[in-house]
Design a protein around this ligand. Structure first.
Ligand code: SF4
Length: 342
């Protein structure tokens, strides 16, 4: 699969095409839907420590429609930009020669003619000026360019930049054309939209969770297991400690309470623990970390879901999502409290 080969922006808004992608029983389409879903989940968490799923045009169109339904513009932009970077990397990859790039650009609708003798590309002026204003740097200004018969002469790097901007511009334009009612109608059969919104709220937007006071009863099994193992004198692996601290911080436990929890650990060292907690919570690092996703904990044998009903939902992707869903359910039943974060 060549990433994003044959990108046709007009297909983004083509309802018949999209319905086929969403409803087809063809296994290839089902795979594309799965990849589209995976890439969204991958992009929700910007502190990724797993390999990105492969991307292609069909899964890209699919993910844009899903995100139109989720209605979170930053996530939509993040997704477009991610694909943009994949495209640029591919064009700069030495495995592709000039003729390959010419074919690739043509498949997107750009007429970049390759000159093998001079190792440059000729691009029609109108195509160049439709994209170059989005690039910063004098070398992308028209006055800096060389011409041949009215075409702009570009090296590979500049063409890659033009291609990526063309990709972004057209993606945004087409996404804006998607009517809200069409998106809602197509997404009605998808069962993970609400959980996706919830996950983005608790992880992707990097905001402080406003979920009232810390409630241990709402913790997911993994966090409860780490706490219980630590109390039993087990030395937790680094990732379990990191997960526990970042989780407790995100749900609003005060820093000193987090440090106190570690006092039961067999190897407790106050100075070291304080440093680690301050690092994970952003007090000294400047970055407030989120706990890893379930898939990462699972691949590190740190998931303890057992037969927990919520953990076994296919759409449950993150320990914070677990907590948030349980907590909101209680709060909506009238149990809302104020945050204990200091
Ligand atoms: S499924 Fe996720 S939240 Fe549940 S125990 Fe496993 S890692 Fe924790």
């Amino acid at each position: 699969m060549i990433p994003l080969y044959n990108f046709k922006p007009e297909k983004i808004g083509a309802i018949g095409e999209i319905e086929n992608i969403f409803r087809s029983h063809d296994p290839a389409m089902a795979d594309a839907r799965k990849r589209g879903q995976e890439i969204i989940y991958f992009l929700i968490d910007s502190e990724k420590n797993e390999n990105p799923p492969p991307v292609d045009c069909i899964s890209y169109y699919y993910s844009l429609w899903v995100l139109k339904g989720v209605n979170e513009n930053p996530l939509l932009t993040r997704t477009i930009n991610y694909h943009r970077d994949v495209l640029e990397k591919l064009v700069m990859d030495e495995k592709l020669d000039g003729d390959d790039i010419e074919t690739y650009a043509e498949s997107m609708g750009l007429s970049a003619e390759f000159d093998p003798l001079k190792e440059v590309f000729y691009l029609p002026l109108n195509q160049f000026v439709s994209c170059n204003s989005r690039l910063s740097g004098s070398r992308y200004r028209l006055s800096y360019q060389l011409f041949r018969n009215g075409d702009v002469i570009l090296n590979r790097e500049t063409l890659a930049k033009i291609m990526r901007e063309y990709f972004v511009l057209n993606s945004i334009k087409e996404v804006h054309k998607i009517r809200e009612e069409d998106a809602l109608s197509i997404l009605q059969d998808i069962d993970y939209i609400d959980s996706l919104k919830e996950l983005y709220k608790v992880v992707g937007s990097r905001g402080i969770l406003d979920l009232g006071s810390v409630d241990f009863k709402m913790f997911p099994p993994c966090i409860n297991e780490y706490i219980s193992q630590m109390r039993d004198g087990v030395n937790l692996p680094h990732m379990a400690r990191f997960t526990m601290v970042s989780f407790l911080n995100k749900v609003g436990m005060p820093r000193d309470d987090i440090i106190s929890l570690f006092k039961t650990a067999p190897d407790f060292n106050e100075r070291m623990t304080t440093y680690q907690v301050d690092h994970v919570t952003g007090n000294i690092s400047g970055t407030e970390y989120s706990p890893p996703k379930c898939s990462v904990l699972q691949s590190n044998h740190l998931c303890y879901k057992g037969d927990d009903r919520l953990c076994n939902q296919e759409w449950l992707k993150h320990p914070l999502q677990y907590y948030s869903i349980k907590k909101r359910a209680v709060m909506s039943q009238g149990g809302a409290q104020t945050s204990s974060r200091k």
